[in-house]
Design a binder for this molecule. Sequence first.
Ligand code: ADP
Length: 396
Amino acid sequence: MRVLVLNCGSSSVKFAVFNTATGTATVSGMVEEIGNAAKFKAKYAETKTQKSIDAPNHQHALVEIQNFLKEIGEDQDISAIGHRVVHGCEEFANSVLITPAVLKAVEECSALAPLHNPPNLQGIAAARKNFPTLPQVAVFDTAFHQTIPKHAFLYALPYQLYTDQKVRKYGFHGSSHRFVARETAKILGKDSKELCLIIAHLGNGCSATAVKFGESADTTMGLTPLEGIAMGTRSGSIDPGILFYLNKTLNYDFDRLNKLLNKESGLLGLSGISSDMRTVLEIAGYAPPSSVQTEDCNADSELQERAKIAVEVFCYRLAKEISSLAAALPKIDALVFTGGIGENSKFVREKALSHLGIFGFTKEGEFQNGKPQVLVVPTNEELLIAQDTEKVVNNL
Ligand code: ADP
């Protein structure tokens, strides 16, 4: 089946047309800076296109995408559209056909994901208008984690905050963790129902999940994607007392604290240089410099020290979060790294593993009977969205 996969952010729409039989995207791209100086970028048959466009809103962006697909003859035989939707609350444990009732439920989840669900809904509305005959499916980032048991998803807060305000751990990156769990089972030649895995998805956002016999048993992100591992610009878990302290001493209000924890912390905050792991590793001297690397950075030892400590804090906190997930599992068959950092940085993997000696992991890629393995498995959330869309549509 040919499926158009859409991922609508507040000012961007990412798209790809997947052939689920081959598992490959024939064309992919994005419209960014919607409502501003919008740009259209696409990759098709080894050719890259980039142009400025007029896209005051998501619907215009979709018209551009539709026209481009027509131009290159890729609009033919698209049977369905799969949408990434960030938050499905406790309502959605699986991918679903989008109906008016589903839209209403997604809207009700928006309070928990005010930055993500509204643009997802805008994208769905635009797609329903522009592709009125195609079935559309919602695939939720939170759905995979709906199997997490209550003792793991509850915070030790007054219980009414769960019942009345829905304060609990939801977890994110679910499509990635599910995809990687399935691929890992294939690689190990086992049924996923036999395996216990810890999957570390390390991209700009980072989360790790304990996957127990094919189901999410716990994950590091929480009510919001701020909890857990330190990330590009997010702090990950901190002592909440820091917020009260900064409010008292620096008069930081909620908006300031929100910006601090979401946009100014993590690798960026610690290094003072960049949220991008590759750049931070290069400046730390932990990776060979790329073409964009400036010699000045290497020469500045203070910058280098800051970059080093940023990487070290990241890796140690990552190891601690991975360790914490062991509590959710009866055994560990493998620790699996994925995402831009997880797939590409052996240095980060090895540094994190250096703090995890107690688990007795084998060396990366090695197998020793009875010992937990370390694997690197590339993720592909868009393909999972396309596959789920096909499944939902075939079951109609
Ligand atoms: P997103 O979460 O936006 O999908 P990615 O999964 O592409 O992002 O991950 C982006 C992160 O991966 C960035 O921090 C980037 O520096 C890092 N990354 C990509 N390639 C490498 C590499 N070769 N070495 C270290 N980090 C890398």
